[in-house]
Design a protein around this ligand. Structure first.
Ligand code: EPZ
Length: 424
């Protein structure tokens, strides 16, 4: 096991290149199952979830080669349509292979996905959508067997909630299904558009992505694009590094991100007193002096304030002048980072959906464990601004979504290192 050791109090200076998006590369890797030929991907983040997805592809019989931020996947000769529970449990996004495999082979066997514990994360919408398209789905003690003996048929779906995962699964099931599929109240996240762009590059007929109503005309087959496909920048990683500067002070240039994808997030930094400048695909942030509390932050589906940035923005607001209220509307149990922040000296009262953060003058280093991916990132942000040394374990959570976070932050002047955890 590993931990991050962070000495706080050093302002950050420098440039940070934004990594490729975790939540975009994962559905694109699942989509490779539907393609003939070799898919070339670039700007793939070097994160453990990406490797977990590549392991699933290899287990299905695909030829996968990775080299830094590039990856090739050839799924022409798939030899299996079963994904072990061990591989499924590695992350939530493994469930997206259901739509891809049903669309490609007409059957698959998998089990319930893993992923961060953010409260209940059912897959009822995924399963009912597959059934509506002609899938036969059974669940024997957690093993999910799926088949579509007559092939999948396009149809209308009206999602009760614009679920990101369910939208992606339906898109993958529909691209080679018979006839037209309409998804109303579809998720509108940029990662959905990235998946649609990839599928179109492979010959799919998709329109309306990003607008909440997606139309898909099934085609006979998909073929790997001639050109390498570029994964979009990670908006949550960009928000995280902005938050590091807001916590530690100093000035940072976040390069090659997509500022438009952060329209609900950037105003919070400005309200808190950070100076921000957006130019092209870069964001410059400068923080000096004490922050101010921000208006109430309500997490929403895109283009609202992202739930994945909730913990990350809470970290700097722990030392702001005044009180900020958070309302978490997407997940039932996404305040598990507040215990550790309170151990650092923060004043947070969290109950149900609401967390009330009353700013304190400063935080102090502590020993804490990352509760999940974004909670772990929030502890790193807070530790950079805290007085003294922090030791954060559970780094495996952080590695799921951030590419070598300690190398990236050290290059911006942070005092952070990774160490093996000494077992008692
Ligand atoms: C995606 O998860 C992201 N993960 C999450 O990011 C992100 O928090 C979430 O979307 C919301 O933006 C990936 O893309 C890999 P949902 P997903 O289906 O697809 C309920 C991170 O930190 N729901 O939109 O699992 C569900 O319980 C991660 O990078 C059902 O009830 O999210 C939740 O309350 C964490 N039934 C809500 O909808 C279903 O069948 C949103 O879930 C599906 C979802």
């Amino acid at each position: 096991m590993q931990k991050l050791v962070i000495e706080g109090g050093t302002p950050l200076f420098g440039e940070i290149m934004t990594q490729g998006a975790k939540n975009a590369v994962l559905p694109v890797l699942a989509a490779c199952v539907l393609c003939e030929g070799t898919v070339h991907l670039k700007n793939c983040p070097c994160i453990s979830d990406r490797y977990a997805s590549a392991r699933i592809l290899s287990a299905l019989g695909a030829k996968v080669k990775t080299e830094g931020n590039s990856l090739t996947a050839d799924c022409t000769g798939l030899s299996s349509d079963e994904i072990s529970c061990y591989l499924m449990k590695a992350m939530r996004s493994s469930i997206i292979f259901m739509g891809a495999l049903l669309g490609r082979t007409g059957k698959c066997t998998l089990c319930y996905p893993g992923g961060c514990n953010l409260g209940p994360r059912p897959i009822d919408m995924h399963i009912s959508a597959m059934r509506k398209m002609g899938g036969i789905i059974s669940d024997e003690h957690g093993v999910i067997s799926c088949s579509a003996p007559d092939g999948l048929k396009g149809c209308r779906h009206s999602l009760s909630f614009p679920s990101v995962g369910a939208t992606e699964n339906i898109m993958l099931a529909a691209v080679c299904a018979e006839g037209e599929t309409i998804i109303s109240n579809a998720a509108r996240e940029p990662e959905i558009c990235c998946l649609a762009d990839f599928l179109r590059a492979c010959g799919a007929k998709i329109s309306g992505d990003g607008g909440g109503r997606i139309a898909i005309e099934g085609v006979k087959k998909l073929t790997a694009p001639d050109e390498a496909f570029e994964i979009i920048p990670d908006r949550i990683a960009a928000a995280t590094y902005l938050s590091c500067a807001a916590c530690a002070g100093g000035e940072l240039l976040i390069r090659d991100c997509a500022p438009a994808h952060l329209e609900a997030v950037l105003p919070v930094f400005e309200q808190a007193g950070c100076r921000l400048k957006v130019f092209g695909s870069n964001i410059y942030i400068y923080r000096k002096g004490r922050l101010r509390a921000a208006d109430t932050i309500r997490t929403m589906v895109y283009p609202g304030f992202p739930t994945d940035a909730q913990a990350i923005l809470m970290a700097p607001l722990c030392t702001a002048e005044g009180t900020t209220v958070f309302v978490e509307n997407i997940f039932e149990n996404r305040y598990r980072h507040t215990d550790a922040l309170c151990r650092m000296g923060a004043d947070i009262k969290a109950e149900g959906k609401v967390a009330v953060v009353t700013g304190v003058p400063r935080l102090y280093g502590t020993v804490a464990e990352a509760p999940d991916l974004r909670g772990g990132a929030a502890l790193v942000c807070a530790a950079l601004g805290a007085e003294g040394i922090s030791e954060i374990s559970g780094v495996n959570y952080i590695d799921r979504g951030y590419e070598e976070i300690e190398r990236v932050l050290t290059a911006a002047g942070a005092k952070i290192r990774r160490e093996a955890e000494k077992l008692p």
